[in-house]
Design a protein around this ligand. Structure first.
Ligand code: ZN
Length: 159
């Protein structure tokens, strides 16, 4: 199954193209989790991105596994892949801090250097900020994570 629509490569020119395309073509942690403790769905109607996120939190409140299914543009799939890669091993509190940092950074309300959090590979998504319509693609997985960890369970939508 090819989850990725990569017909819009031109927009990816400045967006850490290689890392993003790698994660888009070969998403990490793609598939259903057998025994999730938390899950949420996310949709971005503007672009048509859809995903379902599964998270397993252990007894110490640590995310010991996460995965996602869905289909969407390269940025949405790559972001979900990077997100799951990033949060596995974090406590729920740490993951929520990351969610807050990423969403603030994407909306440019936070300078790049002052995150107070090492965003690691996630800086690959910085280029998206130059394309406002794609910010929702990049943050969709993070909004789903936030919803799942708060056990809202409902579908989050970017609209
Ligand atoms: Zn998208």
């Amino acid at each position: 199954m090819n989850a990725v629509d990569i017909n819009r490569n031109d927009e990816l020119r400045d967006l850490y193209r290689e890392l993003i395309l790698d994660h888009a073509k070969n998403p990490r942690h793609f598939g259903k989790l057998a025994n999730p403790t938390h899950s949420a769905a996310g949709i971005n109607p503007l672009c048509g991105d859809k995903l379902h996120l599964y998270v397993h939190v252990d007894a110490e409140d640590r995310i010991d596994n996460a995965s996602f299914e869905g289909a969407g543009c390269a940025i949405s799939v790559a972001s979900a892949s990077l997100m799951t890669d990033t949060v596995i091993g974090m406590t729920v509190a740490e993951a929520l801090d990351y969610f807050a940092a990423i969403t603030r950074r994407m909306t440019k309300s936070m300078p790049a250097e002052s995150a107070g959090i090492d965003l690691g590979k996630l800086v690959a998504l910085d280029g998206v900020r130059e394309y406002p319509s794609r910010i929702k693609c990049a943050t969709l997985a993070w909004h789903a994570l936030n919803s799942a960890l708060h056990e809202r369970g409902a579908t989050v939508t970017t609209e």
